[in-house]
Structure formats: structure tokens, C-alpha cells
Design a protein around this ligand. Sequence first.
Ligand SMILES: Nc1nc2c(ncn2[C@@H]2O[C@H](COP(=O)(O)OP(=O)(O)OP(=O)(O)O)[C@@H](O)[C@H]2O)c(=O)[nH]1
Ligand SMILES: [Mg+2]
Length: 204
Amino acid sequence: MAEVKVAVLGGSGAGKSALTVRFLTRRFIGEYASNAECIYTKHLCLDGRQIHLEIYDPCSQPQQGKLSLTDELHWADGFIIVYDISDRASFAFAKALLYRIRESHTGVCKKMVESSIFLVGNKQDLCHMREVGWDEGQKLAMDNKCQFCELSAAEHCQEVVAMFTKVLRNITSNFKVKEKRRPSGSKSMAKLINNMFGKRRKSV
Ligand SMILES: Nc1nc2c(ncn2[C@@H]2O[C@H](COP(=O)(O)OP(=O)(O)OP(=O)(O)O)[C@@H](O)[C@H]2O)c(=O)[nH]1
Ligand SMILES: [Mg+2]
């Protein structure tokens, strides 16, 4: 069974928990605890392959300028970077997160890194309060060679599921490339890092 780890990152209130819960339960419940970080776990089948999925939903991001993200960068196979289209500050924060992830991946196979980051402009239902244009999100994603979409965790169930599915598909196809190249011993190193990065876990 493939183990896939996804970190959902973004500014406070951007909708990280709403997106995660929407994907896992297909529901939007409106209010989400933001005082505890969680790793949700779920078993699913993707393209005939069994997957043990872990999704990291942090309670809040460190302040700008303190973007170490060291644990997350070691732990995650892929990232969903979320901003709120009605909050320009959240877009600036998403940009800083993207840069941090990309700089840490310098030297890693370019194609693998490109496909495992998804930039998401959330709260599309609030387009009457829009502060960030669709084209700005698209350009940021293109400049950083990651995928992009705008959606609403509140109103778009299928879009949220499709976005997560794309992320998982990209990660598992990267695994296939990695498996061909993986030197022996790297699996136990991955386990070691995973043990060091212990988080509270929830099964769904
Ligand atoms: N209108 C609208 N509201 C949303 C949407 N997604 C999330 N919200 C609301 O935005 C608020 C913050 O959402 P959360 O999912 O808790 O955001 P978060 O990024 O997890 O926030 P922290 O955990 O505090 O960092 C909540 O009141 C949600 O109901 C959306 O697509 N549209
Ligand atoms: Mg949250």
C-alpha cells in the first residue's frame, strides 16, 4: 500500500480545515477548531491502487519571516497552498510559502517538485469581495511551476475532491519514478523522519 502525505498550508482563516474536511467527509460545517494541529488519516483507492493517506492540517502558520517549515518539508510528499481570494494578505503569505518550499527543493528532480504543489484560491463564492484576481493566482502558479485553481470549500464539493485527487495522482506517479531510482535504505530514513515528526492523528 502506498503511503501518501499531504500538507495543507496557508494563512490563518484561509480555509485549510474547511478544504480538508470537505475532502474527507464531503461536508462543509462552517466552523473548525483552529487551536490544534491534526494529521487526518484515510484509506482510499486511486486508479486501482490502495493508498494510506495522511493530511496535515496545521492550526495556524508561523508568522511571516519565520517560515522555517523544516518538519513539514521533510514530512510531506505534496503541498496544497491555500489563500483566500478576499484577503490579499493571505495571498502574500501563500507566495512566501511557495518560495520557501521551492528554495528547499532546489536540486531535487524539478518535474517531481513541480507537480506536487497545488496553489488554491479558496472562497470563490466571495467574489464580490475579491481582493486577489484569478490572473494573479494563475501567474504566481505559472511562475512557480505549480498547479492552480480557484474554488469554494463552502460551495464546491466536486472541485475540492478533484483538486485533492490531482494532488494524490501526481504524488503517486512521482513515487513510481522514485521507486525506479530509490537506493536501498531510503525507506528506513523516511520512517525515521516520520517518527521524529509526530503529530496528533485522527482517523476518518
Ligand atoms: N464563504 C466562505 N467561507 C469559507 C470558505 N472556506 C472556509 N470558510 C470559512 O472561513 C473561516 C476559516 O476557515 P478554516 O477552514 O477554519 O480556515 P483555516 O485556514 O483552517 O484557519 P486556521 O486553522 O485558524 O489557521 C471559517 O469561518 C469557514 O467557515 C469558503 O469557501 N467560502
Ligand atoms: Mg484550521
